[in-house]
Write a protein that binds this ligand. Structure first.
Ligand SMILES: Cc1ncc(COP(=O)(O)O)c(C=O)c1O
Length: 423
């Protein structure tokens, strides 16, 4: 086992024990590290190089503002009750507490015909993306937006839906990249999009910040229906929508027959660390053999998941109470104000800024420049972390993503530093 040992030594700077277990070929196909781990690595290098610099993080989309007390109190109360005979609870239903499933259906899907039993409460949208990939398996064809949130692509590769990564194109083989740049109004041009079994669509979109219009979503539902495809709609940022754009794919007539929706309390309620999300699988959604998708999803949830934390679910219920909902919206308004400051900053510097109106992300164009170069230059000169656009696919070249999550004074300071660098 000389070769694996040398390989390990080269990889990690230390020698390990080479087993006889082959590496999963799909893992071997994955390119580089996961985007956000790579950014963390560069951030660490930067802080080692500049230990006294005050780093401002407008990169990874992590919430920064405290969760309203009405919500944390409900979680604390639930946690305390666990230490009493009367209040103790062990495992709950894998699909989530029925009261919460009901509250989600009522709050987010009123008049859309979504029933509580179609809502599966989870520990977050990221985990649900992988559970959905497990549901779909390796034998389906997949389309993703380019640029898009990397978890769709990476989980497609891991489950075996893709071929190899091609350096020449910056793309994996056997995955359809649907260009979603400004020329197509950040939505796939369906008139020249080939059929795939699965279409991942994120709206409001991470990273471009674009919320699909009703007309765009109607076209997509029609397209999926005509092609017998399933849309996996990620609405993790729906709470940030300020205009008339639909907040759910199920607002669109026919959506129930062609779509699954993934969503989350993370960006809506600052639950990135608490962990709570949900997935809606409508009963009408059927496989080609007529079998209901919801039954298989239920099986996946019962096999791969044992239910979201009961404490997190108590928090989720509090978020959906009328006072909790109001309190959360005040936090969302704070981030939306941050977004305005960032948009004004880049716009005043003559740069084209997309997004920010319906999502906590700004997608800033640096024509003719490479996105990793822009990321490095901004980090080196201003100590601000952003995200290079190519981390979201080749369509992100020339862009950086800037997040509106941050304390106000940091956002104002970032604005000052950027104006100094780019004026
Ligand atoms: C589009 C999108 N979907 C899902 C997630 C993951 O959300 P969660 O924290 O619920 O796992 C993120 C996180 O940034 C996201 O941007």
């Amino acid at each position: 086992m000389l070769i694996p040992r040398i390989y390990l030594a080269l990889q990690n700077g230390r020698v390990g024990h080479g087993t006889k277990v082959p590496r999963n070929i799909n893992m071997e196909r994955l390119r580089n590290g996961y985007l956000f781990s790579e950014i963390c690595r560069r951030e660490l290098e930067h802080t080692q190089k500049y230990p006294h610099a005050k780093l401002i993080k407008l990169g990874i989309g992590d919430t920064t503002e405290p969760i309203p007390d009405i919500i944390t109190s409900a979680m604390a109360e639930h946690a305390h009750a666990l230490s009493t005979i009367r209040g103790y609870r062990g495992y709950g239903a894998e699909q989530g507490n029925m009261e919460l499933r009901n509250a989600i259906a009522q709050t987010f899907y009123r008049d859309m015909g979504i029933k509580a039993n179609e809502v599966f409460v989870s520990d977050g949208a990221q985990c649900d993306i992988s559970r959905i990939q497990m549901l779909l398996g390796s034998n389906v064809t997949v389309a993703v937006q380019d640029p898009s949130f990397p978890a769709y692509m990476d989980s497609s590769v891991i489950i075996g839906q893709s071929g190899n990564f091609k350096d020449e194109t910056g793309k994996y083989e056997n995955i359809l990249y649907m260009n979603c740049g400004p020329e197509s109004n950040f939505f796939p041009d369906l008139s020249n999009t080939p059929r795939t079994d699965i279409i991942f669509l994120c709206s409001p979109n991470n990273p471009t910040g674009h919320a699909a219009s009703r007309q765009q979503l109607e076209q997509l539902v029609e397209f999926a229906k005509a092609n017998g495809s399933i849309i996996i709609h990620d609405s993790a940022y729906a709470a940030y929508i300020t205009d008339e754009s639909p907040r759910s794919i199920f607002e669109i007539p026919g959506g129930r027959e062609v779509a699954i929706e993934i969503s989350s309390f993370s960006k809506f309620a600052g639950f990135t660390g608490v962990r709570l999300g949900w997935t809606v699988v409508p009963e009408e959604l059927l496989y080609s053999n007529g079998f209901p998708v919801i039954k298989d999803y239920n099986r996946i949830v019962c096999t791969c998941f044992n239910g979201a934390s009961s404490i997190a679910q108590a928090g989720g219920l509090a978020c959906l109470s009328s006072d909790g909902y109001l309190a959360m919206n005040a936090v969302l308004d704070y981030y939306k104000e941050n977004a305005k400051i960032i948009i004004d900053t880049f716009t005043s510097l003559g740069l084209k800024v997309y997004g920010g109106k319906n999502a906590p992300y700004m997608w800033v164009h640096f024509p003719g420049l490479r996105s990793w170069d822009v990321f490095n230059e901004i980090l080196e000169k201003t100590h601000i972390i952003t995200v290079p656009g190519t981390g979201f696919g080749p369509g992100g070249e020339g862009y950086i993503r800037v997040s509106a999550f941050g304390h106000r004074e940091s956002v104002i300071e970032a604005s000052r530093r950027l104006k100094n660098l780019l004026k």
